[in-house]
Design a protein around this ligand. Structure first.
Ligand code: SF4
Length: 339
């Protein structure tokens, strides 16, 4: 019999597992607390659980918590971790400490099938979806787990291409019986699979960020192939019109590449598509891969974009670049995996 992995189950699903054995919903919550709050990887060490329940659990379940296989520390103290699932899927996770804000960047797939031309993860190919348990485990299994304040779904993979597992992981991460991290501190990124973006907006309270690259469809199509099927203009319109709950944040990630997407006309294009919206713009440096002749826009140009967006009534910020020296920065994950 294949044992059920407890990490990745909701409290209700844990109750479905143990209810027929005459245990109660409060036992199910004790199990979820042991997994998600105390990060206990061995059933025998679980707390507030009767001995008979532990014995039954041994027969039908495993905690599903597994450790990273390797790690690499950046000069800026970011740490990249390599994980491998039971069935051999590899993926990376990055922990980014920053004063009181400690962010973990999780993967949702091993590789990716979106094929964005600037992204090394895309070049690694697609090896499969991660389960909700694989996603949540990344937050639980790193040594800094108790320090994590923010979770971003910006590692390997396109989260909207693995929507059900991502939605479930978000609910476990934010639930009181789960990791109890505020949905305001959880952000999922996408290149824009429109029908799934719409479902995500409706079925989750977590933040959403859309990777733009260019405000012009013809240009974006060359870099982000999904633009051919789901034009970003339509997605931005949908985001603009979506009734937002208080403090939920929708944003655009704009990676700035010198002389490619940082011209005055790009700035005007950005202003035009965002006019009248509350969508925030995060400007990011570009990290070239090997043999890449492109380079990031200089800091002054990024400041120029930020200033002009702000005085046009669009909220904008420049995101600090972290972990580039260990290939942990945006678009570089998978650089350390076997191609
Ligand atoms: S940018 Fe994101 S969606 Fe595009 S290939 Fe890379 S991981 Fe996939």
């Amino acid at each position: 019999m294949v044992k059920k992995s407890l990490c990745g189950l909701t409290a209700d699903e844990i109750f479905d597992l143990i209810g027929p054995l005459n245990f109660t919903s409060s036992h199910a919550v004790s199990i979820s607390n042991s997994i998600y709050k105390k990060r206990i990887s061995n059933i025998s060490e679980m707390v507030k659980i009767p001995y008979r329940l532990k014995e039954e659990l041994f027969n039908i379940a495993a905690t599903g918590i597994y450790l990273p296989l390797a790690s690499e520390v950046s000069a800026d103290k970011s740490v990249k971790y390599l994980f491998r699932t039971d069935n051999g899927k590899q993926f990376e996770t990055v922990y980014i400490p920053d004063n009181k804000r400690n962010t973990i960047c999780v993967s949702t797939q091993s590789g990716c099938r979106m094929g964005c031309s600037f992204c090394i993860t895309g070049r690694y190919g697609f090896r499969g979806n991660l389960t909700a348990g694989d996603i949540v485990n990344q937050v639980l299994a790193i040594p800094q787990a108790d320090k994590v304040t923010h979770v971003v779904f910006m590692g390997m993979g396109e989260p909207m291409d693995n929507l059900e597992n991502v939605l479930k992981a978000c609910s476990i991460i934010t639930a009181e019986w789960g990791l109890a991290i505020s949905s305001r501190n959880v952000t999922v990124s996408t290149v824009g699979l429109k029908p799934h973006v719409e479902q995500f907006l409706q079925r989750s309270d977590c933040n959403l960020t859309l990777s733009l690259y260019s405000p012009f469809s013809t240009e974006r199509r060359e870099i982000i192939p999904v633009e051919n099927k789901y034009p970003v203009q339509d997605i931005i319109e949908m985001m603009k019109n979506f009734p937002l709950k208080k403090k939920r944040r929708l944003s655009l990630a704009y990676i700035m590449i010198k002389n490619l997407n940082d011209t005055d006309s790009h700035l005007e294009g950005l202003k035009s598509i965002l006019k009248g919206s509350k969508i925030r713009v995060n400007l990011l440096s570009y990290h070239p891969g090997n043999n890449d002749k492109n380079c990031s826009s200089p800091a002054e140009r990024m400041q120029f974009f930020k200033h002009n967006l702000i005085i046009s009534g669009i909220s904008a910020s420049i995101r600090k670049s972290r972990g580039a020296d260990i290939s942990a920065a945006c678009g570089l994950l998978a650089a350390g995996l076997k191609q």
